[in-house]
Design a protein around this ligand. Structure first.
Ligand code: ADP
Length: 319
């Protein structure tokens, strides 16, 4: 290997910059050149590259987002476009690629690997929904952001005798909701992995209010229900003022937590180690504190993210 490329793709996540920095500095220490690809797969296809030095990644460790930019580029689903992108890399002397992104980005990385081009995937998403890894880069920061927001809502709910329905992100993965629920001791947590019944949820909130509880907080994973309607229903049922809050993209931004910085730095360096030892078509994962790697094709085709069932049960029994 003489020269590698690094890109961030899909939804941004805090810690992506820390991962890029680790890739760049580790690769340079091996004597490789590094180019950053602007705006994910669209920049890859367009040959939009910038040369990266040690200095290019200074003062980035603590910054949210991704300085390389990210984009949705659905054209990458077209095999011809992918072949063209691989050709662009070869023409630019790039021998290997590190992709930092979520499961959609992993699909792109899988196809690049299938074309025989060395590629390593790093899990960068706040959703924690990548198979095989206990944590993704950005999850811890997003969780801390959600917890801080819910704590604030609790203060005002308790003062005003209010109910709060809080929608958190996570896409089809309830990890963010479940961990926020345990951290904030909420009354109910609604996630896609566990079937829930609206009437039962409403009845349990009503029982708490009737028993004299001054406030209640429900954490709802996105795409589960209309939280504004849920707030109206609960207000009508309990007589307590009820507000819905959609935390939204606030959870995507902000300075990465120390946990995410460490994870991103470890994973970025590990990606280069894998390439150095001749690995390709692998994705990096955290398993019981250690970094491991899987076949990216296997990860996409046959592995499933494991839902945090025991933590969910804990949220229910303590909340
Ligand atoms: P994330 O990586 O956060 O899950 P997306 O699902 O939007 O985000 O995927 C990011 C990008 O990855 C897409 O815009 C596209 O360029 C590429 N991608 C997604 N799915 C595929 C696929 N099936 N085949 C090839 N490329 C894909």
């Amino acid at each position: 290997i003489k020269k590698i490329g690094v890109l961030t793709s899909g939804g941004d996540a805090p810690g992506m910059n820390a991962a890029i920095r680790a890739v760049v500095r580790t690769a340079l220490s091996y004597g490789w050149e590094v180019v950053g690809v602007i705006d994910g797969y669209s920049g890859l296809h367009a040959g939009n590259f910038i040369q990266l030095t040690r200095r290019s990644v200074s003062d980035l460790l603590n910054r949210g987002g991704t300085f390389l930019g990210t984009a949705r580029f659905p054209q990458f689903k077209d095999p011809k476009v992918r072949e063209e992108a691989v050709e662009v890399m070869k023409q630019n002397g790039i021998d290997a690629l590190v992709v930092i992104g979520g499961d959609g980005s992993y699909m792109g990385a899988k196809f690049i690997s299938e074309l025989g081009f060395p590629c390593i995937g790093l899990p960068g998403t706040i959703d924690n929904d990548i198979a095989g890894t206990d944590a993704t880069i950005g999850f811890d920061t997003a969780l801390n952001t959600a917890v801080e927001a819910i704590d604030k809502l609790r203060d005002t709910c308790s003062s005003h005798k209010r109910i709060s329905v809080v929608e958190v992100m996570g896409h089809h993965c309830g990890d963010l909701a479940v961990c926020a629920a345990v951290s904030c001791g909420v009354e109910a947590v609604l996630v896609p992995e566990v079937k829930w019944d609206k009437d039962e949820v409403y009845a349990s909130i009503k029982r708490s209010v009737d028993a004299g509880k001054r406030h209640a907080i429900l954490v709802v994973c996105e795409l589960q229900t209309d939280v504004h309607q849920m707030a109206k229903d609960l207000e009508a049922l309990t007589g307590l003022e009820t507000r819905a809050t959609v935390l939204g993209h606030i959870q995507r931004g902000g300075t990465p937590s120390a946990v995410d910085r460490v994870l991103a730095s470890r994973m970025g360096a590990y990606a280069c180690e894998l390439l150095k030892s001749g690995e390709s078509g692998r994705c990096v994962a955290l398993k019981r504190g250690e970094l491991v790697h899987y076949d990216i094709i296997e990860c996409i085709n046959s592995m499933k993210h494991k839902f945090m069932k025991t933590t969910y049960d804990l949220a229910c029994s303590l909340g």
